[in-house]
Design a protein around this ligand. Sequence first.
Ligand code: GTP
Ligand code: SPV
Ligand code: MN
Length: 596
Amino acid sequence: MLTNNKNVLAWVDEMVALTKPDKVVWIDGSDEQLSALREEAISTGELIRLNQEKLPGCVYHRTNPNDVARVEDRTFICSKKKEDAGPTNNWCDPEEMKAKLMPMYDGVMKGRTMYVIPYSMGPIGSPFAKVGVEVTDSIYVVLNMDIMTRMGKQAFENLGETSNDFVRGLHSKAQIDPENRYICHFPEENTIMSINSGYGGNVLLGKKCFALRIASYQGKNEGWMAEHMLILGVEKPNGEVKYVCAAFPSACGKTNLAMLIPPEVYTKQGYKVWCVGDDIAWLRIGPDGRLWAINPENGFFGVAPGTNEKSNPNALATVQKNTIFTNVALNNDDMTVWWEGLDKNPPENATEWTGNKVNGKEYSAQGGKLAHPNSRFTAPAVNCPCLSKEFNNPNGVPISAIVFGGRRAKTAPLVYQSFSWQHGTFVGSTMASETTAAAIGAVGVVRRDPMAMLPFCGYNMGDYFAHWLEMGKKLGDKAPKIFHVNWFRTDDKGHFIWPGFGDNMRVLDWIINRCEGTADAVETPIGYEPKPEDINISGLESEGVTVDVVKDLLSVDKELWKEETKGIHEFYAKFGDRLPKELNEELAALEARLAK
Ligand code: GTP
Ligand code: SPV
Ligand code: MN
């Protein structure tokens, strides 16, 4: 036992009595303990040791093929009142859900070991940080939590003997039965229950379940925000660093933007980009009245496919050691890993993500993909060559700009700025994006995903929008400026027009100049846009990007936008009187500007 906290001890006792493990192991986080667990998992086949010369400390894991992504239709917010979960969440009465789950958890760990994982979201001792305790029957979960959080004894340091301020997380793989898979949140009880999955977002309970669903609810009550945002710093040639948060839906480019390497025209002048976080931001108003952000995580759970030397060299460097690879392909010749988009040489003697061995070129006959589209790496933040020196700063970093974005083939332009915080809240609340492989279900379907939080908001999103407006009022003229970007506009052949990745720096540059008041803008019905010639395209000639192309990327098709407002009306109608009236006013104002 690593703590004297009475509430932790009582809850763990209760979980032991419920799940009846053969053995209980408290995770202190020591190297000896973790290497023993790693060896145990290797001996049972749960993990496969990779080539220790090429990939020191790295291991490989495959989940059950029925268990490869978040399951939004089996994810529940169990608040006492249905209205408090709101129209965008699955809801179930907490007692009813427990009545369903308890028999499933009863004795589920018989013959297994229960691992008790204390962890901190946020640097230990930070005023932003929060403690969680996850009990699980999975070593894979323990080893991932070690990378993704500040895990072990240290997490209990500031909890004291009587505090009840920790998030309880109960996880069991059970039988990995998709029909009985549940990811349930009890925001009013600081509790998460996950069963029948072994996949990332469903089982690393510190991540989406706590740091977004539970924390968003805590943030509303305590006056701060938990957001699905990356945090990056742009260092200018004079050494000054400006921090930006960006919310894009799952698999829409957060990790890539957070680790961006600027194009040569910028590096020559001395610009650098530093990564503070790639997925989640906790934001508070600081003593100076500005908005400050920490990354509550300690590692990256990133999408593997598409990661390569050109698209994201920093991510590739990050995953060369002490990394867990999940559902990528295995090269059996040299025990290394491979995924689509890594290079043009798929291994011939490979095991694909499903566990099937494939030989030669046969793999393409088996659905064409060696790695699952949502295959991932879990890598320690300290590995990242561009990690910000503020990464562990307990007070976080001050935010100048908030950026929203998604995958839109046509409607949304490359970039625009909102007229105000209130208008920016409207822009975020009406975000839409094509769905990706990060969640089970159809891919490529446009859906509303406000602030990229649709699957992650732990309470009524109408109240969430009101909380955003409230935060804006508190921030006043110190509020970050709000922008919207879209890297994913396509031409008539369906190809992306904007080169993206490192070249997104060119858009960040305009954003930062707008925050500093040094860039011009033109007013359009949807917001302020750069003059096409104010996006620096020097060096992009070879990619065929001209001022005319930028002009095209910035065009606003009024007819498409009028269609868009219809969709927004429909979406807003779901919230009834929980929708803040300011947002309907913004919608009416947009319609009036479009009608002019
Ligand atoms: P989650 O971890 O699910 O939250 O995803 P994420 O938002 O961090 O997305 P990530 O950066 O991993 O990118 C997901 C996919 O989008 C990858 O296949 C990338 O190659 C692709 N992508 C990222 N940035 C760009 C870009 O600027 N342009 C284009 N065309 N694709 C991009
Ligand atoms: C996402 O889907 O946004 C992720 C991966 O970051 S997961 O941890 O599975 O949620
Ligand atoms: Mn994410």
